[in-house]
Design a protein around this ligand. Sequence first.
Ligand SMILES: C[S@@+](CC[C@H](N)C(=O)[O-])C[C@H]1O[C@@H](n2cnc3c(N)ncnc32)[C@H](O)[C@@H]1O
Length: 273
Amino acid sequence: MIRLNQNEFNQIIEYMRDTYGINLEKKKVLIECRMTKELKRLGVNSFAEYMNLLRRDKDGKLAGQMVNRLTTNYTYFMREPVHFEILERTIFRELFSQKAFGIGNIWCAGCATGEECYTLAMALEEYKANRGQLADARILATDISDEVLQMARKGVYSEKELDALPTGWKQKYCKRVNENYFAVVESLKSNIRFRNHNLMTPISNPAKFDLILCRNVMIYFDRDSRRKLVRLLEESLNPGGYLLIGHAELLSADETELESVYPAVYRKKKQPA
Ligand SMILES: C[S@@+](CC[C@H](N)C(=O)[O-])C[C@H]1O[C@@H](n2cnc3c(N)ncnc32)[C@H](O)[C@@H]1O
């Protein structure tokens, strides 16, 4: 394994924090373990050499590989299920009553391998079917890692992973591809656009969002990056729009202008009439 000296470690921490918001202060061994193979692939023997290459990397390929190696992409279907109950009970109802026959905009920020945005798309389909809704919603799903985005676009999962879904959803929204794997059906996938986006920069989208899920992302950020991310998310919401974050990353009143409506659920104030 290629070891990091203190100076090299500081350089990597700074780079990941300043570029992506990610805090790796306590992750020295993790960096060594996950990056050694990449350094060997590039034929370099030290992190100092690697950082020199990274600084000269004009097309961002090396940075992309580093992100693939150093991000934590752990996710699963139906994660934090109380959020899906709240969506069904309150948020979808509000979203569709405002939109009548129009289209709502949803952003799944930090989507990892796709389980979250597909759970959301399934919950939305269920809601529309049960309530006879004619309105619809488009989902934008983004992540900083191309590797996980590729898996998310494929939408192929093991039968075991899909067992976390409520009864009947697997049969309705997935089709078997072989003995152990299922693919999300095309009709569901076609409503989701996947895109690489760094959450430390403003999102470019034709419309603001009615609902943003950015769950279990800022838990890996340092304090300043977390504040920056919250500001950017606030700006990306329509008045009355909702932000859902992970239950382990609750925001205090001085960290956000959004009102807290349920644990880990925030709403942007409506503009005065
Ligand atoms: C632990 S996963 C969370 C996945 C999903 N939201 C969930 O709650 O299960 C965090 C994801 O955030 C992504 N991420 C981290 N920093 C990011 C950044 N600066 N911009 C965009 N995505 C980022 C990682 O690549 C990773 O896939």
